[in-house]
Design a protein around this ligand. Structure first.
Ligand SMILES: C[S@@+](CC[C@H](N)C(=O)[O-])C[C@H]1O[C@@H](n2cnc3c(N)ncnc32)[C@H](O)[C@@H]1O
Length: 223
């Protein structure tokens, strides 16, 4: 099963995929695309068997989508997020256009990609378009039915008023990854917050893999 993992970051969504594939007796080949070189290096260290490409994921999708059985895309969320929207005006921050590449990818995948896909993002500050499914503070656009319960875990963001601020350590524990390894240019706490919960990633991947397996079995009985 050839999988494309776009905007791969540190592979929160991808963390449990090997376990799922091996339980199902499926051989997994993952290609991960990430623009931040430091993140791409750390991703490769975490998932040495994956092919890691440092490139623009949006363009990579257009050029390579036909090569894959399953595509997961997690385009950057800041221009859509409520937190950023509420922050406009603070410290002279100017509003920006929401990055419509999110919707470009959803429309493109829906109409041109024949296999299963997931596009994941945050709940935005505007009414979301193109009928996503909402699960655990995230939106998912898919061409298959997502389970109602993704087994997602809850993680508080901390409450600075009560002196209970979130720590990198708490995120490292949550994602089972030592974020202090990252020495790149992005805010490391922002990166840690942006990883998909691996339990949700596992449930979604398991669902897609089940469909892939079933389709392969159907094809074999046809010939
Ligand atoms: C929301 S995070 C993805 C989280 C990931 N799905 C996970 O669960 O770990 C978005 C990532 O996209 C990367 N990124 C931003 N623009 C990109 C682009 N044009 N091409 C590839 N990666 C990009 C960022 O560096 C960041 O790591």
């Amino acid at each position: 099963m050839k999988v494309l993992n776009l905007y791969a970051c540190l592979g929160g969504n991808r963390y449990k995929w090997d376990e799922v594939a091996s339980e199902a007796g499926i051989n997994l080949e993952v290609t991960a695309v990430e623009l931040d070189e430091d993140l791409a290096k750390l991703y490769k260290e975490r998932f040495p068997n994956d092919t890691v490409v440092v490139a623009d994921a949006h363009k990579y999708l257009l050029d390579h989508y036909k090569e894959f059985d399953f595509i997961w895309s997690s385009p950057p969320c800041p221009t859509h997020s409520r937190a950023r929207f509420w922050g406009f005006g603070v410290n002279g921050k100017k509003p920006v256009y929401p990055d419509m590449r999110l919707y470009e990818e959803i429309i493109f995948l829906k109409h041109h990609f024949k296999n299963k896909y997931v596009v994941e993002n945050v709940i935005p500050y505007y009414d979301p378009m193109l009928n996503p499914s909402e699960r655990d503070r995230h939106l998912y656009w898919t061409n298959f039915r997502l389970p109602n319960n993704l087994n997602g875990r809850k993680k508080g963001f901390g409450d600075s008023k009560n002196g209970n601020t979130e720590t990198l350590k708490s995120w490292s524990d949550f994602h089972d990854y030592d974020f202090s390894k990252y020495k790149g240019e992005q805010l490391v706490l922002k990166i840690a917050r942006n990883l998909v919960d691996y339990e949700a990633g596992k449930t979604i991947f398991k669902t897609a893999l089940g469909i892939y397996k079933q389709q392969n079995a159907n094809q074999k009985t046809l010939f």
